[in-house]
Design a binder for this molecule. Structure first.
Ligand code: DQA
Length: 144
């Protein structure tokens, strides 16, 4: 099975950005750490990051037929982007939403995810290991 991991704006700054919230691991470290997990689960993995909302919409739109599932950390767009939600709903691929931090324990504007209602589930507050749990949840879902 093929899974696309999408990371949104400012996540290229992982490791530098607010390490007390997001940790010291870089995006590259995170993606590298997912490789053996993907191998264990028989997942062919592709990790991408963009700061652009339109780019994310394009990638989600093009994922139908190319991937079996999505892991999305839309970062700040989580709270604002009807376009990303609509793209996700349109392609209908099983999607796990991930946030490194616990968005429900932070500022009120982070409590709402426009994307969560069109996802299989949401994992947040578990740090970068949330991506690993997301892959495991998708693999379980896709092979059930
Ligand atoms: C985030 C949480 C968002 O509120 C924030 O805008 C981010 C990162 C997270 O992974 O915890 O950029 O998605």
């Amino acid at each position: 099975m093929k899974v696309l991991v999408l990371n949104g704006p400012n996540l290229q700054l992982l490791g530098l950005r607010k390490p007390e919230i997001y940790g010291r691991e870089t995006l590259q470290d995170l993606c590298d750490r997912l490789v053996p997990v993907a191998e264990e689960l028989d997942i062919v993995l592709e990790c991408r990051q963009t700061n652009g909302e339109g780019q994310m919409v394009d990638w989600i739109g093009a994922s139908a037929g190319m991937f079996d599932g999505l892991v999305i950390n839309a970062a700040a767009y989580t709270h604002t982007s009807v376009a990303i939600r609509d793209a996700n709903e349109a392609v209908g691929l099983p999607t796990v939403e991930v946030h490194i931090s616990n968005i429900h324990a932070r500022e009120e504007f982070r409590h709402t995810s426009l994307i969560a209602p069109v996802c299989l589930g949401q994992i947040c507050g578990l740090g970068t290991s949330g991506y690993e749990w997301a892959l495991r949840a998708l693999a379980r879902h896709l092979t059930a």
